[in-house]
Design a protein around this ligand. Sequence first.
Ligand SMILES: C[S@@+](CC[C@H](N)C(=O)[O-])C[C@H]1O[C@@H](n2cnc3c(N)ncnc32)[C@H](O)[C@@H]1O
Length: 213
Amino acid sequence: MADRNAEIRNAIAMDWVEARYYSDAEGWLGTFWAPNSKFLPFFRELDLTRVIELACGHGRHAEQILDQVGEITLVDFEPRNIAACRERFASQDKVKYIVNAGNDLPGCEDGGYSALFCYDAMVHFELLDVIEYLRQTHRVLRPGGRALLHVSNNRQNPGGFYHQNTHWRNFGSLDVFLHVADRLGFGILGSRTLDWPQAPELDGLLLLERKLS
Ligand SMILES: C[S@@+](CC[C@H](N)C(=O)[O-])C[C@H]1O[C@@H](n2cnc3c(N)ncnc32)[C@H](O)[C@@H]1O
């Protein structure tokens, strides 16, 4: 039987191949990095000694923090995005690169990282993939390591395809992700919903910590 989740994952990834998004997105950094950003207080809680950015695209977020990190590993499902990052950060030894299979962190050693973050990407992912990424994130973080995840909180249209939804938010639930994170062994350091115009609480942010034992 065909793997429906994988089919949809591949379809989602194809939406983000086109270069136009990436050049436009370089101009939309304020949401994440402006002094009044709702993301920044959470981001400041991360230890950037050895960090993973999941679904990095063309590296617009990595560029913002390059001078603060000890090492950063950029992970994306789309090889062309990792190629673009290799070119962008060619002079930087502290940037590492991984093309993944859409729900894993291959080559990332167990307990090896101080932080992982993912912005403007998981909001589109399939629920099962987000849950698998939570499991993988728990695996690769060292005890006390933290994850900051920007997720969908769109409870509309279960079973539908994300193109049908406001801002292409896939079906998701901040509460479900918080519950799964707890069961996987994370402590919840913080969470909040994020509003869009005409779409209150459409997104969610989670700050998680791998428990010490
Ligand atoms: C909207 S772009 C955001 C890129 C980047 N986070 C940013 O904010 O500029 C979505 C990214 O997710 C990647 N992607 C899509 N599906 C993925 C999956 N299942 N696992 C990992 N990356 C995926 C795409 O290749 C693309 O780089």
